[in-house]
Design a protein around this ligand. Structure first.
Ligand SMILES: O=C(O)C(=O)Cc1ccc(O)cc1
Ligand SMILES: [Fe+2]
Length: 449
């Protein structure tokens, strides 16, 4: 039996410069710092925008003692007002350093934990353990004055990605025990918050999808792992997509295999979990694999610079991509722009206008538009109201390495991923990578005597 997920709770990142990253999330991406856990040697900060929550953890620097430095901090005590009870043998890190996560030494900044709410952590642990899963933290209960919460951390099959499983049904606080909620307590403000979500210039409401960069020929294994252990189901990106091959783009210099999946929806089976959020949309998981024919590319670059598979990007759903991109760009977010010809290609201007957008505005921010022609034949008539489309824009990498980035996505009836957008993204990233390589070569040459 698999462990069924009721919702995605948060995504955590491990970065070496927490101050810089936190300041970018707030001032540029307009997230709000709403909870913090300040330990003796580590900081964990939680940021939210709608129901999209990032927990930013301080990544330990290896220091002169290398890995041992990380092991020395095992003696860290959890904050005085929280109490921890291990239901099993603790992992060597035991999560002491990082609550609701583990902090193994990782050589680069990384987004690596997708935390899910489940109904029963102990039962999920037993089921997953029985199916051969590796657990980094066994079921562990944390209490504070607002109640208690049980969690466990499981290693995934994708590189350094872990999943923290939590059951917050017995917790009434605003976030997680051990964290101090800053400002208003969101658990008490739900209605007000829902009203607020649609307002403002940056109406990001939730995580739309998480894209993994994986080595060649591993997609099937990854899919099977999530299907078997968490009851994920295949999501077909395109109606012509081959069941085994996935969605393959292998023309004009692009070599990409995409396969998507989503977690089991209780609503489909006519069931509702008590903890499941009423109106919340689900987050899809996309597996990206490069194809050998087309040379060096963004997936291989990720694998190399991230030193292994992992989360390549996260799509943030927004109700208004133009105002969100504009606000973020003014605040200093750097977006990829497709070649200018993208907006003047035959039919593109008309496609954009028919969707009710201004081609200049989209061009100004690098926003891509894809009409969902494959899924809805009526869209081919070009009659505005039936046209389902999708708008996307991709940020430049957020860390020092060319690894993790964010995406803004606005869906107008289109639930997949646009082929035209993927091509345009691929090209703009290729051009960026080539420029970076040229710049690096120049630096090397000028440094030579
Ligand atoms: O289109 C999207 O948003 C995707 O998530 C698909 C995708 C995945 C990996 C890439 O390197 C480029 C595009
Ligand atoms: Fe994406």
């Amino acid at each position: 039996m698999a462990a069924y997920i009721s919702r995605l709770h948060h995504i955590s990142l491990h970065v070496s410069n927490v101050d810089k990253f936190a300041s970018d999330l707030v001032s540029r991406f307009k997230f709000v710092l709403f909870a913090a856990r300040l330990g003796e040697r580590t900081r964990q900060l939680a940021f939210r925008k709608g129901s999209a929550v990032f927990v930013v953890n301080e990544r330990p620097n290896p220091g002169p003692g290398g890995l041992n430095e990380d092991l020395r901090v095992i003696s860290d005590r959890p904050a005085a007002h929280t109490q921890r009870i291990h239901a099993g043998k603790p992992h060597q890190d035991g999560g002491l350093r990082c609550l609701y996560d583990v902090s193994p030494y990782y050589p680069v900044d990384t987004a690596c934990n997708v935390c899910f709410e489940v109904e029963d952590v102990e039962r999920s642990f037993k089921a997953l353990h029985h199916l051969g899963c590796d657990f980094l933290v066994p079921p562990t209960t944390i209490r504070d004055h607002r109640g208690l919460l049980t969690y466990s951390v499981v290693q995934s099959i994708v590189g350094n990605v872990c999943h923290t499983l939590i059951d917050r049904s017995k917790y009434e606080g605003g976030f997680l025990p051990g964290f101090d909620v800053i400002g208003k307590d969101y658990s008490l403000q739900e209605e007000e918050e829902e009203e607020e979500e649609g307002e403002g210039a940056c109406p990001v409401t939730h995580f739309d999808h998480i894209t993994y960069a994986c080595p060649r020929k591993t997609t099937h294994q990854v899919m099977r792992w999530y299907e078997r252990l968490f009851g994920f189901q295949r999501f077909f990106i395109d109606s012509n997509e081959d069941v085994d091959e996935g969605y393959v783009l292998n023309q004009e210099g692009i070599g990409l295999r995409l396969t998507a999946m989503e977690y089991w929806k209780c609503s489909r089976a006519g069931l509702t979990l008590p903890s499941a959020h009423k109106k919340e949309a689900d987050c899809k998981f996309v597996i990206a694999e490069s194809l050998p024919e087309q040379g060096r590319n963004q997936v291989d670059t990720f694998l190399e610079q991230h030193r292994g598979p992992g989360i390549q990007h996260i799509g943030l759903y927004t109700k208004d991509i133009v105002s969100t991109a504009q606000t973020m760009a003014e605040a200093g977010v750097r977006f990829f722009s497709p070649p200018p010809a993208y907006y003047t290609e035959v039919g593109k201007q008309q496609e954009i206008q028919e969707a009710g957008h201004n081609p200049q505005m989209l061009a100004q921010h690098g926003i891509l538009l894809d009409t969902d022609l494959h899924r809805d034949p009526s869209a081919q008539t070009g009659c505005g109201e039936n046209t389902r489309y999708l708008l996307q824009v991709f940020t430049k990498p957020l860390f020092t390495e060319d690894t993790f980035f964010l995406e803004l996505i606005e869906r107008r009836g289109a639930s997949g991923f646009g082929e035209g957008n993927i091509r345009a993204l691929w090209r703009s990233v290729q051009a960026y990578m080539e420029n970076e390589e040229k710049a690096a070569l120049k630096t090397v040459k000028s440094a030579q005597p």
